[in-house]
Design a protein around this ligand. Structure first.
Ligand code: UD1
Length: 418
């Protein structure tokens, strides 16, 4: 298994291009199940989660071609076995995104129920509640959920928790339903808007994506289109924090700053300079870093997917920071590892109190989940001495060649086989 070795202490300086967003590609791939023709997706990053989704789509019977780097073409003529097996769902929860389109177009889906994961219980009850409201029959047996519907019907669906993939799944299901579906308390994330825009270009009639009420008028058939994936706000945010915390000066190209307002406010409060210029977004870090309090909430609030990275930054800030995680109940797995580097963090339920220390010291560390892995790498960039991060398969799920990008910015970092 690969490891990442980092020799801390270098400022990051230079330019980096933000890749396409993983969390936008996956629902677009699921959307291709709705069309009887080639869907072309461009600006696709090379990531393990996307490879896993490809395996799942091929398992379902889809044809997938790649037209050079960053472009993927998918065609779904028929789905002989509409089933997402345990092995695939357990490696990537977003596999449940096939549920909506499969029921909608092929009348049946059998998907392994995702269990809890490293960051929380993460049920899919709201996905299932919505499908039931649309007239589907839902049964759970042997760890699998089977959903059937001769024809889904439009419905008013209120989700009592904001769920990103839940909103996407129901939107995908509602596109072919009979009549109008209204999703209330829908997720506002840019990836939801990216999916709605793509579906509308395919011929769907979706209004209100990006607000908490989405209206979908069912249509008979969609046509294949080419869609470009939006840039990854979480990858961009990770590089913004990396520049800020290393006293760096980094120009981020293709940076979706308009999707990163909550992070930008906090980074500026912490002392970083963020400026838009012709070629992209420049982030200049300054020391001492000022401590800031953070509370994760659904978009446009501070993203839970940036919580671990900002915590790494706060471990070397000049005061006390309170970080509250409201989206997932167990998303502080990185704390134990950061403490092994000398960070001073106390966790009480959903709150972490971080007292900034003068320096972190490099240590052997274990990545526990995707964003936690990124936070350990950021900590390693400012730590004294050598940090060794293992179990980096988590990192490869969502960051495209992060060590190469950091290296080009001046970090002493390498991937080694162990
Ligand atoms: C998506 C993102 C993930 C991000 C998360 C929150 C993708 C592929 N993944 O995950 O990177 O961290 O949004 O921004 O886009 N919940 C329920 N019942 C449900 C569904 C969700 O109670 O049926 C709860 C979850 O347990 C969690 C909260 O709702 O506490 C938000 O989860 P959700 O938005 O669904 O996360 P994902 O869509 O899985």
């Amino acid at each position: 298994m690969d490891k990442i070795l980092i020799e801390g202490g270098n400022r990051l300086v230079g330019e980096v291009t933000v890749s396409g967003a993983k969390n936008a590609v996956l629902p677009l791939m699921a959307a291709s199940l709705l069309v009887d023709g080639w869907t072309t997706i461009t600006n696709v990053p090379s990531l393990r989660d996307i490879d896993t989704f490809k395996v799942l789509l091929r398992h379902l019977g889809c044809e997938i071609e790649s037209d050079g780097p960053g472009t993927m073409r998918i065609r779904t003529r028929d789905v002989p076995v509409p089933e997402a097996p345990y092995d695939m769902v357990k490696t990537m929860r977003a596999s449940v995104l096939v549920l909506g389109p499969l029921v909608s177009r092929f009348k049946k889906a059998r998907v392994s129920l995702p269990g809890g994961c490293a960051i929380g219980a993460r049920p899919i009850d709201l996905h299932l509640m919505g499908l039931k409201k649309m007239g589907a029959e839902v049964s759970i047996e042997h760890g699998y959920v089977t959903v059937t519907a001769e024809k889904l019907k439009g419905a008013k669906i209120y989700m009592d928790t904001t769920t990103v993939t839940g909103t996407e799944n129901l939107m995908l299901a509602a596109v072919h339903a009979e009549g109008t579906t209204v999703l209330e308390n829908a997720a506002l994330e840019p990836e939801v808007v990216c999916l709605a825009d793509a579906l509308n270009r395919m011929g769907a009639v979706i209004k209100g994506a990006g607000t908490d009420t989405i209206r979908i008028e069912g249509v008979r058939a969609l046509k294949p289109v080419e869609v470009r994936v939006i840039p990854d706000r979480i990858e961009a945010g990770t590089f913004m924090v990396a520049s800020a915390m290393t006293r760096g000066n980094v120009l981020l190209k293709d940076c979706p700053l308009h999707h990163l307002e909550s992070l930008s406010v906090k980074l500026r409060e912490a002392g970083a300079e963020i400026a838009e210029e012709a070629g992209g977004v420049r982030v200049i870090g300054d020391w001492p870093i000022r401590s800031v309090d953070i509370k994760t909430i659904p978009y446009p609030g501070f993203p839970t997917d940036m919580q671990a990275q900002i915590m790494a930054m706060m471990t070397v800030a000049g005061g006390l920071s309170v970080i509250t995680e409201t989206v997932f109940e167990n998303r502080f797995m990185h704390v134990g590892e950061l403490k092994r580097m000398g960070a001073d963090i106390t966790v009480d339920g959903r709150c972490a109190v971080v007292r900034g220390v003068k320096h972190l010291s490099g240590a052997p560390l274990m990545a526990t989940d995707l964003r936690a892995s990124a936070s350990l790498i950021l900590a390693g960039l400012v730590a004294e001495g050598r940090t060794e991060v293992s179990r980096i398969y988590h990192l490869d799920r969502g960051y495209e060649r992060i060590e190469e990008k950091l290296k080009r910015l001046g970090a002493k970092i390498e991937r080694v086989k162990s």
